[in-house]
Design a protein around this ligand. Sequence first.
Ligand SMILES: CC(C)(COP(=O)(O)OP(=O)(O)OC[C@H]1O[C@@H](n2cnc3c(N)ncnc32)[C@H](O)[C@@H]1OP(=O)(O)O)[C@@H](O)C(=O)NCCC(=O)NCCS
Length: 174
Amino acid sequence: MSKKKQKTPSESIAIMTELVLPNDTNTLNNLMGGRLLHWMDIASAIAAQKHSNRIVVTASVDNVSFSAPIRLGNVITLTAKVTRSFNSSMEVFIDVLAEDIPGGKKVSSNQAFYTFVAVDQGGSPIDVPEVVPETDEEKEMYAGALRRRQLRLVLAKKMKPEEATELKSIFINE
Ligand SMILES: CC(C)(COP(=O)(O)OP(=O)(O)OC[C@H]1O[C@@H](n2cnc3c(N)ncnc32)[C@H](O)[C@@H]1OP(=O)(O)O)[C@@H](O)C(=O)NCCC(=O)NCCS
């Protein structure tokens, strides 16, 4: 059996910058949540493409909360990178920073995990390279990715709760 190709998380980093314009906002002049999710989807898909060199589709998005409004005129920086891959799927972590440049203020706005699946031209899942984490933060993300995968597959009814052993170990000491 041929050994899987290996890549580091930094090889997949995608950084995207957007200016919040009037057409991106609601009637309170705040960025609409759906627009932000769209930008997050694009930036994280680029990271997954860079890791896999394949067409990718969004399989799931973990919970995203909007803690503070992002204002018209803010500059948004989205930074995405692959934390871990399994067979055809990749978990991507995305961090969103909102910046009021004239006011000299930067706010950490959102963070989320996206899951992408690499597919062939016919849309069938296809294997992707392994992730080799380098920094302590990347190693922590890599380790946690298995539990997060089990949680999202249980919620999607694609895995039986009793099979989610790493996830169970957080709650139950056997
Ligand atoms: C994602 C998709 C390719 C998975 O296909 P599938 O036939 O369910 O394939 P499988 O069950 O063999 O799963 C393939 C991989 O997807 C992962 N997966 C499937 N559903 C998932 C979910 N809800 N969350 C996270 N990962 C999921 C599986 O864990 C598996 O990962 P692995 O290969 O790393 O082990 C398929 O469901 C699809 O095309 N969905 C639509 C994607 C799309 O259009 N996205 C845009 C939404 S608007």
